[in-house]
Write a protein that binds this ligand. Structure first.
Ligand code: TYM
Length: 343
């Protein structure tokens, strides 16, 4: 049974929240764009939206290099807007500007069994990666282990109903749901269980080496890449390993270039795939065509993001305004949470 605190008024729009990390070069890549950001843009009219930049999360692996985080955050904000997010419809803000995320993270941390966190696949991957890089045991921090608790706080502090993310975030979302249930059991109904909104037809976007596109693999094509950089990266991309000559049959399902073509040319790709399969087209032609498709798609976004980044004061105003709106909602939730916990 829901208490009135959890019930939604019939006239209210459903609340939707999501975020991205400003790690690496800061700017977003095609995986971020297609896996999540496009969905945000599509849903911004329908939902009450909160789209933030997870600057605290980026400390979980890169706490040594904090000077790069500020500029990286502006890049992400510019990408959000260049892709079509409208700051008048959707609160765009930095996680670190809304301290309520930290308060809820602390409280949720008290009720999170350590065993749950040690089993999270992304924790194990990141821990192994840091150790592989020879960064030693001390690089694996309490903050890294607690990553999903902060993510749960990000979501629950807005009592969000839906969270549009790529498939790689499913385990984190499951943890957020478990924590919402655990909190509700302990202190009474407070949080709705947030649903992951995953676009199954988009799936995981491959990078130029065929693995998942990721900032940490060095295989990403960024929104900010200029036309020549896109051409160079596509030229380096992996295709069917056994296709040495044009006449060798390709396997489009195993070719990063063909996979990206399918995504960006949903009506025209099948003819090129068929020719590839029959050895009627070479990888160079495939790459040249993909480069053109990608550059046509990215061009307007590049122009818009450059305009935005040329006016950092305006970007900062957008982020300040977004944080004000977010803080109001987060503070209202925290009043309910403190009361439920008798603080
Ligand atoms: P992050 O910054 O790694 O990724 C941002 C979003 O992009 C999606 N994504 C992909 N989708 C498809 N194919 C890919 N190759 C690909 N790479 C990335 C991710 O699924 C994600 O939706 N933990 C989060 C940030 C976060 C968050 C939150 C998200 C912090 N708090 C609260 C939602 C709600 C992350 O690191 O995303």
């Amino acid at each position: 049974m829901s208490t009135p605190a959890v019930k939604q008024q019939a006239h209210e729009k459903k609340r939707l929240l999501s975020g991205m990390q400003p790690t690496g070069p800061g700017a977003l890549h095609l995986g971020n764009l297609e896996g999540a950001l496009r969905t945000w843009v599509r849903l911004q009219d329908e939902y009450e939206m909160y789209c933030f930049i997870a600057d605290w999360h980026s400390l979980t692996t890169r706490y040594q290099d904090t000077a790069a985080i500020g500029p990286a955050c502006r890049e992400v904000a510019a990408d959000y807007i260049a892709a079509g997010l409208d700051p008048n419809k959707c609160a765009i803000f930095l996680q670190s500007h809304v301290k309520e995320h930290a308060e809820l993270q602390l409280l949720l941390g008290m009720i999170t069994p350590v065993g749950w966190l040690e089993r999270v696949p992304t924790y194990k991957e990141k821990r192994d990666l840091l150790q592989e890089r020879g960064e030693g045991d001390e690089s694996v921090s309490y903050g890294l282990l607690g990553y999903p608790v902060l993510q749960a706080a990000d979501i629950l502090v807005y009592r969000a109903h839906s969270v549009p993310v790529g498939r790689d975030q499913a385990a984190h979302l499951e943890m957020s749901r478990e924590l919402a249930r655990r909190f509700n059991r302990l202190y009474g109904d407070t949080f709705p269980e947030p649903q992951a909104l995953i676009m199954e037809d988009t799936g995981v976007i491959p990078g130029i080496d065929g693995r998942k596109m990721s900032k940490s693999y060095g295989n990403a094509i960024y929104i900010r890449d200029d036309a020549d950089t896109v051409a160079r990266k596509v030229k380096e991309a992996f295709t069917t390993p056994s296709k040495m000559r044009k006449s060798d049959p390709g396997v489009p399902e195993k070719c990063a270039v063909c996979q990206l073509r399918k995504l960006y040319d949903p009506t025209g790709y099948s003819a090129s795939w068929e020719e590839d399969r029959q050895g009627l087209r070479g990888c160079m032609q495939n790459k040249a065509e993909l480069t053109e498709i990608l550059n046509d798609m990215l061009n307007p976004m590049r122009v818009r993001r450059a305009e935005l980044l040329a006016d950092p004061a305006e970007l900062d105003r957008i982020l300040t305004h977004g944080a004000e709106k977010a803080r109001e909602t987060a503070e209202a939730t925290m009043a309910i949470v403190r009361k439920a916990m008798h603080f």
